[in-house]
Design a protein around this ligand. Structure first.
Ligand code: CA
Length: 223
């Protein structure tokens, strides 16, 4: 998953980005003002956007309206300074999906972000099930047929993305764009390595494979 953090306080932006990277395993891009944030939100396909309300160059409300007007569908979690009823109503009416008031607990921010991503992809439950595969997005554990499977951090991230889009053909480029930050093109050769590692671990002891390759198109996770 790839998340955009639009926050002008450098230390807070860094803490939030680190927490999303380390505790959730997300790729994170950071924008420090409204214009940069809008540009990045419109140039990339993010799985969620964390948007500070008070920003230099362009405020969060205007940014959100322009994002939605441009057809950007990424779920947006807005961070406000105070619990101002009017601005919260305006934000939700402008297309925000959730909001959080500063100062906030990083654990709550993480849980809300995960919930937004799941719902944005049509999965209200934190446990994703594909055939006999179970992927728990809260503790990042994976089981197949009840057997626990130990994955590397990157293998988990690849599988989590595929499990959010079961039965869909996911191209290598789509995987790269959602697993890495703006540097993603540097990593274009590693996806095959993660897929083959995943296959080896997931299919060990099973009669059928879960990850299928469509040559020249991408990968499908299905039973
Ligand atoms: Ca601010």
């Amino acid at each position: 998953m790839r998340v955009l953090v639009i926050e002008d306080e450098p230390r807070l932006a860094e803490n939030v980005a680190r927490s999303l990277r380390e505790s959730a395993g997300y790729a994170v891009d950071v924008a420090h003002d409204g214009q940069e944030g809008l540009f990045m939100a419109e140039s990339n396909d993010y799985d969620a956007v964390l948007l500070d309300l008070m920003l230099p160059q362009m405020g969060g409300l205007q940014l959100l309206r322009r994002m939605r007007h441009a057809g950007q569908r990424a779920p947006v979690l807005v961070v406000t300074v105070r619990d101002e009823k009017e601005s919260v109503v305006a934000l939700l009416n402008a297309g925000a999906d959730d909001y959080l008031t500063k100062p906030f607990d990083l654990g709550e921010l993480l849980a809300r972000t995960k919930a937004l991503i799941r719902r944005g992809k049509g999965h209200p439950s934190p446990v994703l099930v594909v055939g006999d595969l179970e992927l728990n997005t809260v503790d990042r554990s994976v089981r197949r047929g009840g057997r626990p499977i130990s994955l590397t951090a990157m293998e988990y991230r690849v599988l989590e993305y595929l499990a959010h889009r079961p039965k869909a053909v996911v191209s290598k480029t789509e995987l790269l764009e959602h697993l890495y930050d703006y540097n993603w093109e540097k990593f274009s050769n590693v996806i095959e390595v993660y897929i083959s590692g995943l296959r080896r671990k997931l299919d060990d002891g099973s009669t059928h494979q879960l990850i299928h390759t469509l040559r020249g198109q991408g990968y499908i996770l299905q039973d």
